[in-house]
Ligand binder design. Sequence first.
Ligand code: NAG
Ligand code: NAG
Ligand code: NAG
Length: 239
Amino acid sequence: MILIFLVVFLHDVLAAEEILRDRSDIKVKTPNYPDNYPHNSTKIWRFKHNYGVWSVSIDKFFLENSLDCRKDFLEIMENKTSVKFCGTKSSGSLYTSKGPEILLKFSSDGSMQQMGFHLEVLHFVTEGDIEKTINDRERKRAARANVTKYVEGKLTDSVLFLTLVSLLGLALVSLILLIVYYIVNINRKNRRQNSNYNRNVVFQTPIIATKSRRYSKSNSREDSKAEANRDNRTPTRYV
Ligand SMILES: *[C@@H]1O[C@H](CO)[C@@H](O)[C@H](O)[C@H]1NC(C)=O
Ligand SMILES: *[C@@H]1O[C@H](CO)[C@@H](O)[C@H](O)[C@H]1NC(C)=O
Ligand SMILES: *[C@@H]1O[C@H](CO)[C@@H](O)[C@H](O)[C@H]1NC(C)=O
């Protein structure tokens, strides 16, 4: 449970970091800038994202000029296409990528050195990406709202649940009390019946009756015989 929470939390944090990264701008400078760049120097910057495009704009741009920029140059590569820039350029937009991944390459030869360039590379999200990002955020917010709602629902439910439990508890207690009452009553009845039965036994069982009479009242055989006959018993049993 805690692990799931942690994963969700980390995912959200990472997502937030990703969104922040969208807005960050990156400065790209030639080696030693604003001093002259060295000879035979090569430097590569890679810009990669899952979506959106990259915009490269110039702050300063002073490179050795040459035909087809064969000497010192800035090359911007995207997929298998590439564009080279050299000479002096005024500040402003230089390149906007079509995809989310570009590669910048600076190269100088053994001849003339210059100040180099200072570029700003910005990541932009396309209309679709903006929609997707907003939808993602909206979806997340909606999900969170749903969770909150769900919790609230659970709270309301729990009140209902508590009420139900209380009612059920009350019913159960009543039932137990009833059962106890019944048991006590039955026990009392049984005791009463048992005592009645015992009394009946005393007065109905001829053995005890006769015996008691035999030993307490009279020991005569005639008496016992008569009693036995009266009780429909065979007199032999008492001889
Ligand atoms: C680069 O390649 C990716 C995938 O191979 C593709 O989606 C994208 O559109 C390409 N970009 C350009 C500028 O051709
Ligand atoms: C630059 O490279 C060229 C050709 O490879 C070489 O002749 C030259 O000496 C190099 N310069 C420096 C400063 O390394
Ligand atoms: C929020 O809950 C409703 C109703 O239960 C559901 O239709 C909707 O898809 C949920 N939204 C999300 C983002 O989970």
